[in-house]
Write a protein that binds this ligand. Structure first.
Ligand code: GDP
Length: 369
């Protein structure tokens, strides 16, 4: 009987028989890896070396089992969310599963927000958003896994709230959970890049346990794929294009009623009715923004999607979901949020509509900024 081996990228148990399942490694690669001591599953190997992605997804049963396990544990739950995509970061039903376990809410990617935004305001806003979906975090922290911003505070908070228990780190894919865990490992043990990080949804597979100094563990759970995320519908290259990597420079447009703004071919904002007013767009700095007349917008989209309006690319248009429209008339200054893409701050009383691929959430929230 051979001892079980684990991928040093994602933690999945290595197997050589089922190519489409987690932890698959060709037998030959396994032999070679035993010599070099660098054992990656094929998926992580490809991610590291070629930036390729092959899909292995958690089934709904796996997901349920995972949440149930977390609910039954006596532990601190660290829920990592992307502050740029809060609604796309939510784990459905988490508040019902955690039971009596405290939840520490970590808003990651704080570096993406414009520098002018007050951190306390963002924390309060996050807390409000969490309460609105039934989650009552014991504390809210902001981090940038990328730059290490406030990592010390996070570690201190974890130590304080875990109270001698295990720590489960949970999050949907793409919120930066792996990057954050890597930072924690680096800071606490000095090992570099032990866990695979990438822009592709669903890269972290089996649980990874990181020993803490009192015999307990910090447990990294698989990222949960959220179908309402824009990421779910895009190829790897395009995902890189729409995911903000740097501090966003807001763009303000004076719009008249009857004007449309396309966010590449991915989404659409209509100012349907009202006098000339300002609208501020918070998107990746390089994302194409195109203004046109509302009247012709649907025709224009049909002709230009995959051409002038890219992404999606021409060859992806056929598989890209149709845009669906939702209308709003905010009573107060609000953000119209396109899950995973960004948001538009709109003044009170403007009659507007947001369009996004069928299945991607478009929602209205109290203005963050
Ligand atoms: P996971 O699926 O939650 O484990 O996410 P990853 O750690 O693989 O990160 C997903 C993407 O977000 C990658 O492109 C990361 O570079 C990026 N990312 C992670 N943390 C941060 C952050 O703090 N700031 C920014 N700007 N990007 C981040």
């Amino acid at each position: 009987n051979e001892e079980a081996l684990y991928c040093i990228g994602c933690g999945a148990q290595i197997q050589t028989t089922q190519p489409n399942e987690a932890g698959y490694t060709p037998q030959a690669a396994l032999e070679k890896a035993k010599e070099t001591g660098e054992l990656y599953c094929q998926r992580c190997f490809r991610l590291r070396h070629y930036n390729e992605i092959s899909d292995v997804r958690l089934t709904d049963d796996d997901f349920l089992a995972l949440l149930t396990q977390i609910g039954e544990a006596d532990a601190l739950i660290v829920n990592v969310v992307d502050i740029f995509d809060f609604s796309g970061s939510l784990i459905p039903g988490l508040h019902r599963f955690v039971g009596d376990n405290p939840v520490l809410l970590v808003g990651n990617k704080v570096d993406v927000l414009p520098g002018s935004v007050k951190r306390t305001k963002v924390k309060n806003w996050l807390r409000e958003q969490a309460h609105a979906v039934g989650l009552r975090p014991i504390d809210v922290l902001l981090t940038s896994a990328k730059s290490g911003y406030e990592l010390d505070d996070l570690l201190a908070a974890i130590e304080k709230y875990r109270n001698g228990r295990d720590v489960y780190v949970v999050g949907v894919t793409n919120v930066g959970k792996s990057t954050l865990i890597n930072q924690i490992i680096r800071q606490t043990t000095g090992t570099q890049d032990l866990i695979t990080t990438s822009r592709f949804p669903g890269t972290t597979l089996d649980k990874i346990e990181i020993p803490l100094d009192d015999g307990h563990n910090l447990i990294d759970t698989p990222g949960i794929i959220h179908r309402e995320q824009m990421a779910y519908y895009l190829g790897a290259k395009d995902l890189k294009l729409v995911t903000p990597q740097k501090s966003i420079k807001p763009k303000t447009y004076q719009l008249n009623g009857g004007q449309t703004v396309f966010l590449a071919g991915l989404a659409r904002f209509d100012y349907e009715e009202g006098p000339k007013r300002s609208f501020t767009f918070y998107l990746d700095n390089n994302l194409l923004v195109h203004r046109t007349k509302l009247q012709n917008a649907t025709d224009f989209y049909t002709r230009q999607v995959g051409k002038l309006l890219q992404p999606p690319r021409a060859k992806e248009v056929a598989a890209f979901p149709e845009l669906e429209r939702i209308q709003f008339t905010p009573k107060e200054k609000s953000d119209l949020v396109f899950a995973g893409l960004g948001w538009v701050t709109v003044p009170a009383g403007a009659v507007i509509a947001g369009w996004a691929p069928k299945g991607v959430a478009v929602s209205l929230r109290k203005a963050l900024i």
